[in-house]
Unconditional design. Structure first.
Length: 354
């Protein structure tokens, strides 16, 4: 009787060990829910080619990084972004990426997420106050400087240009505006700049450009702070007989920011002259990369990265990964000391959308 009991005990023990072994080996090939953390991404808008490209890239990189993804769209409305953040909290996200267009009003939401220990990565924009794990954007002051150097060179340091500004409640609008103005004053003091606030609205931009051209028909340059103004600008120039070959004396030199396929095509066709390629693909990739890093407990310091960018410390406790954003032109030349790449360069994300 004792032998039978002992044998039963041995068999039970071996069975339990086999079961545990099977469970253990299975976990290495079939990740549990904890191995695929849930993260949220709020898309700021879906009415521009740039942000639609970002939206397209996001699920692709979430899958590559092994992240479960929830998304919302705040439609350029900070109140909706705040509500979307509440939804993400209720869904139990472990991290959140957002691109607040009003960089001041987002502070209370960031404070709430910090209190709940939900790391945040902001994309394209940087909050005026508050803490986030990482800011993923390009050097927006460099956008303004590159546009200035290009137009200053093409206009020979003289003439009039219109700057179609974004929203000055956004750090991006302020950075691009201040840098463009500072560069013009320093390097091209004989160029008159007409700044026009547009709130990233294409219809407003077109109307204000039309008004300025009526008042000053000798305007020879336009700086659009984003591709939101592309269609309207081309329409206005066409209506006024100014959408002509760059070699024509009536040509108005146009510089944009974004690097969407339509801009690259327009450069090749001579309709516009340059853009700064803002990396929609890398915004999606590194927003999710840093969210995963935050969830994994990793930390970062200022300095060069392994992906051709530089992390800077903006203020105490706030780091920003400034991704590469090259000037793009038809000839790939250098303007005011700023090198450019040709519009058909295959390294540009705008030439690689399938």
């Amino acid at each position: 009787m004792r032998l039978r009991t002992a044998l039963c005990s041995v068999v039970s023990t071996l069975s339990a060990l086999a079961l545990l072994s099977a469970c253990g080996s299975g976990s290495t090939t079939s990740p549990s829910a904890s191995d695929t953390p849930l993260v949220g991404v709020d898309y700021p808008r879906s009415d521009t080619d740039f942000w639609n490209s970002y939206i397209k890239y996001t699920p692709q990189y979430a899958k590559e990084l092994g992240l479960d993804l929830k998304t919302t769209n705040s439609q350029n409305d900070v109140a909706k972004l705040t509500a979307n953040a509440q939804t993400f909290i209720s869904q139990g996200v472990k991290g959140l990426a957002m691109a607040p267009q009003d960089t001041a009003a987002i502070a209370p939401t960031l404070a709430q997420l910090e209190a709940k220990k939900i790391p945040v990565v902001t994309v394209d924009t940087r909050p005026d106050t508050g803490k986030v794990f990482m800011v993923v954007r390009a050097d927006n002051r460099a956008y303004g400087e590159k546009a200035c150097q290009y137009l200053g060179t093409k206009l020979g340091g003289k003439g009039k240009v219109v700057m179609l500004q974004g929203d000055l409640s956004s750090i991006n609008g302020r950075d691009r505006t201040e840098a463009f103005n500072d560069c013009m004053k320093k390097n091209y003091p004989d160029i008159k700049v007409f700044g026009e606030a547009t709130n990233w609205d294409g219809a407003v931009a077109a109307q204000k450009l039309q008004t300025r051209l009526t008042q000053h028909p000798d305007i020879k340059g336009v700086y659009m702070q984003s591709s939101f103004a592309l269609s309207g600008t081309l329409q206005v120039l066409k209506q006024r007989g100014l959408l002509v070959d760059p070699k024509d004396k009536k040509h108005v030199f146009v510089v944009s920011n974004d690097g969407i396929p339509e801009e690259l095509k327009s450069i090749a066709e001579g309709k516009i002259d340059a853009t700064v390629s803002q990396p929609a693909d890398l915004y999606a990739k590194y927003a999710l990369y840093y969210l995963k890093a935050a969830i994994d407990g990793k930390t970062f310091k200022p300095g060069k990265t392994d992906h051709d960018s530089t992390i800077i410390q903006v203020r105490d406790g706030l780091l920003e990964d400034q991704l590469s954003a090259p000037l793009v032109t038809a000839d790939g030349g250098t303007y005011g000391g700023v090198p450019s790449v040709k519009s058909d360069d295959k390294s540009l994300w705008g030439n690689n959308l399938g």
